[in-house]
Design a binder for this molecule. Sequence first.
Ligand SMILES: Cc1cc2nc3c(=O)[nH]c(=O)nc-3n(C[C@H](O)[C@H](O)[C@H](O)COP(=O)(O)OP(=O)(O)OC[C@H]3O[C@@H](n4cnc5c(N)ncnc54)[C@H](O)[C@@H]3O)c2cc1C
Length: 414
Amino acid sequence: MTRDQTFVIVGASLAGAKAAETLRTEGFDGRLLLVGAEDERPYERPPLSKDYLRGDVARETVYVHDEGFYAEHDIDLRLGRTAVDLNTSANELTLEDGELLRYDRLLLATGAEPRKLAIPGSELDGVLYLRSVEDSDALRERLDHGGSVVVVGAGWIGAEVAASARQRGLDVTVVAPGAVPLERVLGAQIGAIYRDIHTDHGVRMLLGDGVERFEGGSAVERVRTRDGRVLDCDFAAVGVGVQPRTALAAQAGIAVENGVLADARLQTAAPQVFAAGDVVNAHHPFYGRQLRVEHWANALHQGPLAAQSMLGRSDVYDQLPYFFSDQYDVGMEYSGLAVDWDRIVVRGDPASREFIAFWLSEGRVLAGMNVNVWDVADPIRALIASRRVIDERRLADPDVPLTALALGDQAVIS
Ligand SMILES: Cc1cc2nc3c(=O)[nH]c(=O)nc-3n(C[C@H](O)[C@H](O)[C@H](O)COP(=O)(O)OP(=O)(O)OC[C@H]3O[C@@H](n4cnc5c(N)ncnc54)[C@H](O)[C@@H]3O)c2cc1C
């Protein structure tokens, strides 16, 4: 019987909203609260650096559910409410305004927040970050005015903001410490392809350099780099990574280590408390270690799995990491996880911007990225999951179906 139980979800974004939806579809008929610090009902963040930022799609398209969904499903959505204290011995959560909520199960879906630069001038007006729809609106207003922007950081957010700003006709300079954009994930060889894509679109890529300070009166007017460059700008957009929002868990004494630690069912060491999405560092059965993933698909799928666990089911979260990115007319999907690899195999011609790259270790595929090639993410995942040693020539050959390789078809085509 769950009717007399109360489940509370902290964090009204993708992971939290999908967990709430799943609890209802799985028959939870108790009291269900979804508490969110933001004033907006749950929305998706990927459009905030892409079509929504450019003004190509309306606000209505970013929401996870229709406006009426929460009331229709008897989900008590508390927006603009921040949870400030969690007492796991008393099963109590306190909100900023003093309201105290008793729970039988609690889900932490508090996500992540941008890392902030602590350099001179960081506080100047026009030094912008991007996480929320409000941030995206502020950035879009700047794009509407045109001019020049310095993008600090060449990770996914920096690269997408640079592309969107360029597509809106701004003069764009990217400053980043790596030798190529996206270096940490893609490595030098494949990252160089993205460098060229941006350069071809007229972005000035200042790589191997960093921002030393922002300068200006009350608003940023220029950026000074470590290599002594002085870059005039109308505003700056900073994308230097995110950190998990773990304060609530840490204050409650729940173990935190690069995120809230959880087992493969997304249950924390506090038995009634679960965690999902960007905030959780959960045991991943495929990798045999803790893993924290900062991607949309992870929040989308972990929310429902956490809901199942809250209902006492024993499924584990074992989906392989997956993310996507769109920059200009180049769309990509990346599946798997490559940290250390000894080989990269490319299928197709990167110059044509239609190819698949595979990261391998000892002949096994760790990750694959399809660029402007579609409907291959499932076979790529199967290839990774198979852990088979793959013939590199056949992997590189577009005529050999990936599914066949995943199934162990190593026949040599003459
Ligand atoms: C601009 C942008 C573009 C992105 N593009 C892509 C992409 O192309 N592909 C991809 O795979 N991923 C992308 N991502 C990442 C993806 O959006 C995240 O992985 C996803 O949003 C994580 O969802 P979440 O629900 O775990 O956390 P979040 O979306 O971070 O939401 C957490 C929520 O919890 C709330 N909260 C935090 N603390 C409290 C508290 N104490 N009390 C109440 N509420 C609280 C926050 O206000 C927030 O609303 C992008 C992210 C951004 C910002």
